[in-house]
Design a protein around this ligand. Structure first.
Ligand code: BEZ
Ligand code: FE
Length: 294
């Protein structure tokens, strides 16, 4: 096809994807092309703006390494991460709500016994976290794998310290037979998301602040239940209504209470959604040949 113009190019591109064998891939590519072209038309995209966009995405990719995920940060700050979480985690009433995963989860964090100090030297005020893992009917969920991670008092995750070769303020626990777990850590504080890359430039250019309200990250898995990726947010935080990544849900806001000995405590129960049993497929009845008409 030749001589394509601004009125005919979209259909020509869509036609090029018409033979995609994977139906879902075809749907995704078709819709992506339609929306990208509609965006360019709507804003009357100039060639300079297109190039600036390409340079921005290039810089975003170049900022990524095994510890830094600038594309997740971009998705988070554009609200795309939270939109995807919200669309895919519409859990029944009573279940703990999900929120963004974020870029600072690390595979292979150390396993801790109940009561251990997962801070492992991270700076911050001391805190005890106690929780239960429950099912939707209130049943206690034993042997759930509870992963926790958080920033320190400086607002940094361990992976943000160049050369630090140990895990700090992150760990994995297993719930007991009563669904309970507890650990020592440091108090969660508000912190800014990393702004030393293209996402930071975007925030500055648009006069957006980079702050996340204080929170603890949890990822909880247990056989028979849907995986839960969530946070617990600290009540009273000034950024609860303007989280840079749109992740706050009121049901996830809790009190960190300062005890007489100066140690803070947080109590929070997590309610998991059972995996829905797969409906057995009804065998197809063979079609009986009709008797011949009389
Ligand atoms: C976090 O909470 O760790 C986080 C989430 C999104 C972007 C940056 C950080
Ligand atoms: Fe975080």
């Amino acid at each position: 096809m030749r001589n394509l113009n601004q009125d005919t190019i979209t259909q020509a591109v869509l036609a090029r994807f018409a033979g995609t064998p994977d139906a879902r891939l075809k749907e995704l590519m078709t819709s992506l092309v339609q929306h990208l072209h509609a965006f360019a038309r709507e804003v009357k995209l100039t060639e300079e703006e297109w190039l600036a966009g390409i340079e921005f995405l290039t810089a975003t990719g170049q900022k990524c390494d095994d510890k830094r995920q600038e594309f997740i940060l971009l998705s988070d700050t554009l609200g795309l991460s939270m939109l995807t979480v919200a669309m895919n985690n519409d859990k029944p009433q009573g279940c703990t709500e999900a929120t963004v995963f974020g870029p600072f989860h690390v595979e292979g964090a150390p396993h801790y016994e109940h009561g251990a100090d997962v801070a492992n030297g991270a700076a911050g005020e001391p805190c005890i976290v106690r929780g239960r893992v429950l099912g939707r009917d209130g049943e206690e969920v034993a042997d759930a794998v509870v992963e926790v991670w958080q920033a320190d008092a400086e607002g940094n995750y361990d992976v943000q310290y160049p050369g630090l070769d140990k895990h700090r303020a992150r760990g994995v626990l297993t719930s007991g037979t009563d669904g309970r777990f507890h650990f020592k850590t440091i108090v969660a504080e508000a912190y800014p998301i990393p702004v030393d890359g293209p996402v930071g430039e975007m925030l500055r250019a648009t006069k957006r602040h980079p702050w996340r309200p204080a929170h603890l990250h949890f990822m909880i898995t247990a056989p028979g239940y849907e995986k839960l990726v969530t946070h617990v947010f600290r009540s009273g935080d000034p950024y609860l209504d303007s989280d840079a990544v749109f992740g706050v849900r009121q049901s996830l806001v809790a009190d960190w209470i300062k005890q007489p000995d100066g140690v803070y405590s947080l109590d929070f129960d997590f309610v998991l959604n059972p995996v829905q049993p797969v409906q057995p497929v009804q065998p197809i009845q063979p079609i009986q040949p009709r008797p011949p008409a009389p």
